[in-house]
Write a new protein. Sequence first.
Length: 296
Amino acid sequence: MQQNKNLRIAVFGNLHRTEMEAQLKTLLDFFHGKNVTVLLDEYMQQFIEDKFECSFDKIELITDEHFDADLALSVGGDGTFLNTAARIGKKDIPILGINSGRLGFLADVAKDEIVATLEAVLENDYTIENRSLLHVSTLDGTRLETAYALNDVAISKQDSNSMIVVNAYANKELINSYQADGLIISTPTGSTAYSMSSGGPIVVPQAKSFVITPVASHSLNVRPLIVPDDWVIELEVRSRSNSYLISIDGRSKILDHSTRLRVKKADHCIQVLKPMGHTFFETLRNKLLWGADVRN
């Protein structure tokens, strides 16, 4: 990023995080006197003025989806990062995840790394990773709140007393009729989220694949499946309640069981900015304690 131009940096965050205040103060101090315009939602601007009785040198309020920036900062956890990715959409704005809680896979810049990381960004000392998205639609035209998922699309039962049956098709061919509590379609990015907690494999972000993972399958011989990301997956759900729950990166909606879904690779990516030295395998070692001897 060119230091001699005015940089436009959008800041999004989760104000419910306890460490948020301290991290915003760090950003205030760092950007003071620099040729940077900070883009903020109105609630974020109000929070900063109330807490610090001051603000960034140059401010631009985000009033709708029509904004542009050179960089987006997501201050919070991985959930905040997913919300930021939804705000960025197709804008091709790199996102840097600053963590305000436990170490995340997406928000992996710790509080004591913020200043050094931003200095490195201004010196162009970083990499950009393109992360694939899922695009989900309904075959009957039922409206969804969002159409894109950076992590996953999850189908689950609405009635806790009975399982659902999900007929999954790949390029029109039946994969399996999953009798389970649910089914997850995840990107490589999402392979370390809900899919992993349900027994799915970890997939490196650069892999051109999706993961299909059953949740609490009622058949012991059913296992997660990795498929190419250029396949089109269709899902047909049957349930005793005549409805089911769809969750797209955590944003949920109840659908009638007659609503069939189509899931495919989106036509755009999300750009994730990574400081040099912040790698996927380093995060795995730190987050999952790979190679650590945890015996006492």
